[in-house]
Ligand binder design. Structure first.
Ligand SMILES: [Zn+2]
Ligand SMILES: [Zn+2]
Length: 134
């Protein structure tokens, strides 16, 4: 019988992370939904199929995956801590109406144009009204 390995499990394995069901489920949720979820959103969506899952476990898993450079932690203007599995450089747009966080394309070299500085990290968080709410 073929055992189907999902994308999340494959990436965790290749990164040398021990496979546990919460790790695979949480990481899979983040990289497949692309909604920059909070821990609470992940919990609300996974607890139905996973009654033993706790919010504390999700905090631990997301912290661990940030440490392993598999997730980026972003802070929305309303203070929510959200998680992103898209590691290529991009900007974020926070909708002040619906609270969703969107990705958008932004050129990193434009943000590094002041040569006085050495850039180790750049976060771009714009805010306004998204297309769905206009
Ligand atoms: Zn919106
Ligand atoms: Zn993003």
């Amino acid at each position: 019988m073929m055992v189907k390995t999902n994308e999340a499990e494959r990436i965790l394995r290749e990164s040398g992370i021990r496979i546990t069901k919460p790790r695979v489920d949480v990481y899979d949720y983040i990289i497949s939904k692309k909604s920059h979820p909070t821990c609470e959103e992940i919990y609300d969506n996974l607890k139905g199929s996973n009654p033993s899952l706790s919010l504390a476990t999700i905090y631990n898993v997301t912290d661990r995956l940030v440490d392993e450079n598999l997730l980026i932690r972003i802070t929305a203007p309303n203070g929510e801590r959200r998680f992103d599995g898209t590691l290529d450089f991009h900007g974020h747009f926070y909708c002040e109406s619906c609270g969703m966080v969107f990705d958008y394309v932004i050129k990193k070299h434009h943000l590094e144009s002041d040569s006085r500085f050495i850039y180790n990290n750049i976060d771009v968080m714009a805010s306004g009204i998204c297309p769905n709410c206009q």
